[in-house]
Structure formats: C-alpha cells, structure tokens
Design a binder for this molecule. Structure first.
Ligand code: B12
Ligand code: SF4
Length: 464
C-alpha cells in the first residue's frame, strides 16, 4: 500500500525545518511491513496546489495527516480547498487526540487516531490492503458513510519502546534539517513526562490510554540509534529532545557512562530544574553535555504553584542552574508570558528570577491555550479567549489570543519584546541589544537575512 504523510509547518517562528518523530516512527513501522511511504512537508507558506499535485501524480491509498493544534487551522483550509481526496484519510497527533471533534468538522476526513498511532495505523493499512472494513481497530475513530462515528476504545500505551523501529529519517530531507539546526541531530529516547503542568499537553495525553505513561528505551537501544544516525549523516552535535531527559536518575547514570566511552559529540537536553542536582550535573558534564534547556516558565512561586501546577521554590530553580554552571554546562531558560490570570506585576517576577539566575540564554514565548489542557478550560470559563484574533497572520507564541483586562494584549506584547533585554541589561549589553532586536517586530526577518553568519551570532550571544 502507498501512504502519503502530510505534515505542515506553516507560520512557525524560528526558520529551521523540523523533524517529526511521530511521523518518522509511523513510516518506519509501515516500511518494516513492506508498505511504501512518502512525505508531503508543507513548510513556510500554505501551498495546497503542491499537495494536490503530489496526490494526483502518486495516487496514494492512504493520506495520513499529522497536526498539533496551532497547525489545525491550515488543515481546515486543506480540507476546504482539496477534499474529497481520492484516498482513505486519517488524522493523528496531538490535535486529533485532544480535540477529536475535528473528525466531525472536517468534511472528507475518514478517521482519526487517539494517542499513539504506530500499531493502529499499521492495522488500518493492513485492513484496507485486504479489503476489510477498518471498523474495530483500537485507538481509531471512523466516520461512516452516513456520518455516524464509530469510537473504538484505546489500547494501553506501548510498554516496551525498544520494540519500536527507529524513526525513518530518510522520509524527511534529514541532512538539510540537521544543517538548518546548527548541525545538530535530534533524538527522543522516552515518552511522556512525570510532571503535570497545566499549560502543557502531557497531563491530558496521559489520560487517553492506560498503563505507565513515562517510559524510557534501554540504553543499548539509544546508543544503537545514535550510532546509526551519526554514521549516516554529517553531524556535529546531538539534542536529546525528551520532555525531561533527567526524569529517571538510573537511566541518566547508565546512559552517561556508556555514552562517554563511545561518543565525543557534545549534546543538549531538556530538564526540570529540581532534577539538576550536583551529582546529576557531574554525570551529564562528564559525558559531554553542552547545554540544558530548563523551564522556569514564571518567576512567582505562588503563581507557579496555584495556576501552573509547578511546585518548586525559586531557590531550588536557582540551585539547578548553579549546579549546571559549576560543572561547565551552559543553560537556557524557557519562559512564558500572558498566562491566564497573570498580571504585569507577576510577570516582573519572571524577569527578576531570570536576572538573578543569569542563564546563558533565555527564550520567551507568549502563552497559547491548547485544547484538552487545564489552562484551556480556565481561558474558557473566564471568557479570556478572543477567537477572532487568529488566522493567517498569527504566528503562535509571538502573539496572544487572550483578552484579559488585567494584562491587555499590548502589555503582553511589550513584555514579550523587552523580556530578554530586561534580563540581560545589567549582565551583558551586547546580548541584551541583540535579543531586543531578535524579539522586535522585524527581528526574525533580520535574523533570517543574517542566516549565513547565524552560527557566529549564536556563539557571540549565547556561548554555544
Ligand atoms: C519534539 C517536539 C517538537 C519538535 C518536532 C515537531 C513535532 N511536531 O513533533 C519541534 C521543535 C520542531 C516542535 C515544534 C513545535 N511544537 Co512541539 N513538541 C515536541 C515534543 C517535545 C515531542 C513530540 C514528539 O516527537 N513526540 C514523540 C512522537 C513519537 O510522538 P507524537 O509526535 O505524539 O506522535 C505519536 C502520536 O501523536 C501519533 N501520531 C502523530 N501523528 C500521527 C498521524 C497519524 C496519521 C496517526 C495515525 C498517528 C499520529 O502517533 C505517533 C507515534 O505514537 C512535544 C511534547 C510531547 N511530549 O509530546 C511538543 C509539542 C508537540 N509541541 C507543541 C507545539 C505547540 C509546537 C509548536 C506549534 C511550537 C511553536 N509555536 O513553534 C511547533 C509546531 C511545529 C509543527 N509544525 O508541528 C505542543 C502541541 C500542543 C498541542 N496540543 O497541539 C506540544 C505537545 C508541547 C506542549 N506545549 O504541550 N515541537
Ligand atoms: S515539565 Fe515540561 S514537559 Fe513536563 S509537563 Fe511540565 S511543561 Fe510539560
């Protein structure tokens, strides 16, 4: 069978092409079972005519869409402009899982996948291949000809990640993705996150299937994948993009010990600050960890505890950063402005905490409500959502869809644009000014123009 994956990446700030592990994994499993796969990657601008041309020339049996919620408006347009498709259509990913009403909304969509899709998609393709109705497949909701929806239950989360094939990177132009991302190859060795932050999709996703949610692959399997990828592609560094790489201490201990014996590539990870003990940082640094992205999100202990579901003290956060610095690991803090119920005064605490910690680099995004999350519900019950403010010109995380009397849009945008400057103005004027330009209205355009020297710029302002 021929399966065409459609993955959109439209109006996303940053410029780098992205790799989607989910699609890579689905494709790998289908190929393992003798099916043919292709990817239509709609990057940058909305170009439905190119998708139509690919469908008309390749004649896929199944068109498999994958979307996060901020990309869903483009999917709506694709279906409005191109449906019905001459193939069986299925949508999976975070949006379909957390907002399954999209199956009713999209005319021409035949089914959705709730949660993990590797086995459900394979079962679907095999059923279609053998001319069977795909009705009873767990995790799939199927739209019948009369519009009725068959809602199958979900199977438990995949228990043993080692049984999954490595992601199919050939499906994407993977060497180019590495090149646009500072020559870094991405990996993901785990699924899920043990924490339950109210703005993140994890607490909602873990309820969609049964069984343990946080799972890690064996160290041997991780090393095998690194070996395969670094032998095949030109790579200078690695990024282990797990939600929280340090969630399981014993995994980190074993991984670091084995990694440092075999590989010299510097690597970056994401981690929660409270996991970054002195011992953890020492193990990571000895293995070659170069930088850790750490979520601060908001600087107020009370706001974090009561609204964000994150109960850490500011001292504990500062200690995590200090441990990294002690062991020579660069840090990058992640922050969000414009949460529901936040005020400009609360946001000042985010600036203050970052100034106190002085991370090597800071990232800030504007809060986006994702369906299925607790903060999405808060936005609804408090009537904060201004649905008119979205559409084609809207770039996620750089504008707000909330209308909050105590923190109006203009103030949120100002806070967003000036954040990095305010954090660094006392520490490094060079960094402060560069980041003020980057977060300005035209910043991204300028940074893209400077593409050829972006490695130099990054080193000058962020140290790596
Ligand atoms: C790696 C990552 C990225 C990477 C890769 C992009 C991507 N789309 O995955 C990068 C850095 C590029 C990125 C960018 C963005 N991301 Co991101 N990202 C993640 C992260 C950390 C891991 C995702 C992952 O790879 N998981 C592992 C794979 C195997 O799982 P999966 O993708 O869910 O796929 C499985 C199922 O969903 C399903 N499935 C997926 N697609 C399909 C299709 C079919 C047909 C079927 C049957 C099944 C199926 O089967 C897969 C295998 O089991 C998640 C957090 C998380 N833990 O989920 C956030 C997350 C997905 N990102 C998110 C967001 C918002 C974004 C951005 C919009 C941010 C921005 N404004 O720039 C962009 C959007 C880019 C895009 N076009 O999709 C949100 C999505 C929220 C939501 N409810 O929609 C998440 C959940 C984080 C959060 N804040 O909650 N992201
Ligand atoms: S720690 Fe990060 S990945 Fe985990 S639930 Fe919180 S925001 Fe999501």
């Amino acid at each position: 069978m021929k399966i065409l994956f459609v993955y959109t990446d439209i109006n996303v700030r940053g410029g780098a092409k992205s790799y989607q592990f989910g699609v890579g994994m689905l494709s790998a499993m289908l190929k393992r079972h003798g099916h043919e796969t292709r990817l239509h990657y709609m990057y940058g601008r909305y170009r439905p005519e190119l998708l139509k041309r690919e469908v008309d020339s390749w004649h896929p049996d199944v068109i498999a869409f994958s979307a996060v919620s901020p990309q869903y408006p483009y999917l709506q347009r694709i279906f409005r402009d191109l449906a019905p498709f001459p193939a069986f259509t299925i949508l999976g990913g975070h949006h379909a899982t957390l907002a399954p009403e999209c199956l009713e909304e999209l005319r021409g969509l035949d089914s959705i996948c709730i949660g993990e899709g590797v086995h459900p998609l394979l079962d679907l393709v095999e059923a279609l291949k053998h001319g069977r109705a795909p009705d009873g497949i767990e995790n799939l909701w199927i739209k019948k000809k009369d519009g009725a929806i068959l809602r199958n239950p979900t199977r438990p989360f995949a228990e043993n990640l080692d049984e999954m094939p490595f992601c199919d990177r050939e499906l994407f132009d993977y060497q180019q993705i590495i090149a646009t991302d500072f020559h870094t190859a991405l990996f993901m060795f785990s699924r899920g996150c043990p924490y339950k932050c109210t703005f993140c999709s994890n607490h909602a996703l873990r309820l969609k299937q049964s069984g343990p949610y946080v799972r890690f692959r064996s160290v041997e399997s991780c090393l095998r994948e690194i070996r395969e990828v670094t032998n095949r592609y030109r790579v200078e560094a690695l990024y282990f993009n797990d939600d929280c790489f340090t969630a399981q201490r014993h995994f980190v201990a074993q991984f670091c010990e084995a990694y440092r014996r075999e590989f010299k590539f510097p690597f970056d990870i994401n981690a929660r600050p409270e996991t970054l003990t002195d011992e953890m940082c020492r193990m990571l640094a000895t293995a070659g960890c170069r930088r850790i992205s750490i979520g601060i999100e908001n600087g107020s202990e009370k706001f974090r505890r009561e609204v964000l579901g994150r109960s850490q003290s500011n001292d504990c956060i500062a200690e995590g950063f200090a441990n990294c610095r002690k062991h020579g690991i660069k840090t990058k803090s992640f922050n969000i402005v414009g949460f529901p119920l936040e005020t400009p005064e609360i946001f000042q605490e985010t600036i203050a905490l970052n100034t106190r910690i002085n991370p090597d680099s800071v990232i800030i995004g504007i809060f986006e409500p994702y369906p299925g999350t607790r903060l999405y519900e808060v936005c609804q019950t408090e009537h904060f959502m201004d649905t008119a403010r979205s559409g084609d010109q809207f770039v996620g995380r750089t504008d707000t869809v909330l209308n909050m009397p105590l923190f109006p849009r203009r103030a949120i945008l100002r806070a967003f644009r000036n954040f990095a400057f305010n954090v660094y103005k006392r520490h490094s004027l060079k960094k402060a000014v560069f980041l003020r330009i980057y977060y300005s209205r035209y910043g991204e355009f300028l940074v893209r123009m400077l593409g050829p020297v972006k490695d130099l710029l990054r080193r000058a302002t962020m140290g790596v």
